[in-house]
Ligand binder design. Structure first.
Ligand code: GLY
Length: 353
């Protein structure tokens, strides 16, 4: 008899969600991570924003994002009920704003693309942007309102997931797993984010550094999630219920480098201040850098890989895709078809031909 039915390696939002859902469906689950929730999920702002984050040529990712977004309200409600931890799921809408004429031209193109895909976005004048979010600068030229995008506090989510998982009978071992050899379990799930290739060497997952800041202000300083383009650079400001504003994020291809740099902090504050000048009065509470697990086609790997299951490579969408990923892996663990076939690692074979 094996020690567990399932052994999950990695306690980020993907691994924890899978572990919780698997334990809730009656499996005996052990999860290993030296410090759950301490890497990419800790850095994440928690935007559940398939509409605002839509990118040309990435319609498959959009479809997955929309499917997972639909699952988030129920996932969050059940998680809060089973853990007693509020996860601060917000549905006040996202304003996407443009700073200069070129930024506005790009945003107009994006709006046309979103409309073509049938997504619900409203175009706003500069004045309407400020009516939607009064802290926006008078220099904001115009924007879009994405009413359906949500956001959540990922740090609360990982705290809640650990409790809910343990309440469902799951076991967390605070260990760093360096080899798959000798693991006593019927099935293994590798959800180790950017570190996944250290266990599964053929899988092309790479670290994409994101520097992020936390400011502390009065509650309600921002009403909405603000995403903006400032002279061609992207920045976002995500408010929490306790007055915290998360400002992010850089995108840097520097390997396993998690240094917070003066340049990274400067660029984020410079662009964020152009959109919301009042942030200069807030406390700079935290600087942090995390490593998004990137893949060559920006889709995650979810499915069978050799002798194990994998759920990694969620890049910019780990928090958004957590409910769908958990559902998919738990279906696979029960011998059902993979509901995320476009993410099956077997696509690597085709890529290599
Ligand atoms: N999804 C936001 C980011 O990766 O920065």
């Amino acid at each position: 008899m094996n020690a567990s039915d399932v052994f999950v390696i990695g306690g980020g939002i993907a691994g924890l969600s899978i572990a919780w859902r698997a334990a809730s469906r009656g499996l005996t689950v052990t999860l290993a991570d030296p410090d759950p929730g301490s890497q990419a999920t800790r850095a994440s702002a928690g935007m559940l924003a398939p509409v605002s984050e839509v990118t040309y040529t990435e319609e498959p990712l959009l479809r997955l994002g929309l499917a997972s977004l639909e699952r988030w309200p129920e996932f969050a409600a059940e998680l809060e009920e089973k853990s007693g931890v509020p996860v601060d799921l917000r549905s006040d809408g996202t304003v996407e704003v443009a700073y200069d004429a070129d930024d506005l031209a790009q945003l107009d193109e994006l709006a046309a693309f979103e409309e073509k895909l049938g997504l619900r976005v409203e175009r706003l004048t500069g004045r309407q942007c400020r009516q939607a979010e009064p802290m926006l600068s008078p220099n904001v030229r115009g924007g879009l309102l994405a009413r359906d995008d949500l956001w959540v506090n990922p740090r609360r989510v990982t705290q809640a997931l650990q409790k809910a998982f343990q309440n469902a009978g799951g076991k967390i071992v605070k260990e760093h797993v360096t080899t798959l050899d000798g693991i006593e379990a019927d099935q293994i799930v590798v959800a180790a984010g950017a570190w996944t290739p250290s266990l599964l060497p053929g899988l092309p997952v790479r670290p994409v550094k994101g520097q992020i800041l936390r400011l502390r202000g009065p509650r309600g300083f921002l009403q909405k999630c603000v995403r903006g383009r400032v002279r061609g650079s992207d920045v976002y400001l995500v408010p929490r219920d306790d007055g915290e504003i998360v400002v992010g994020a850089t995108m840097e291809e520097l390997g396993f480098d998690t240094r917070v740099t003066a340049g990274g902090v400067y660029e984020l504050l410079r662009d964020a201040r152009e959109l919301v000048p009042g942030i200069t009065e807030l406390d700079l509470a935290e600087t942090f850098a995390g490593l998004r697990p990137g893949t060559p086609d920006n889709l995650p790997y979810v499915g069978r890989h050799g002798d194990v299951w994998v759920a990694a490579g969620h890049h910019r969408a780990g928090v958004l895709l957590a409910p769908l990923t958990a559902e998919a892996v738990v279906a696979c663990l029960h011998g059902e078809a993979n509901p995320m076939p476009e993410c099956d690692p077997s696509r690597l074979d085709t890529e290599r031909i």
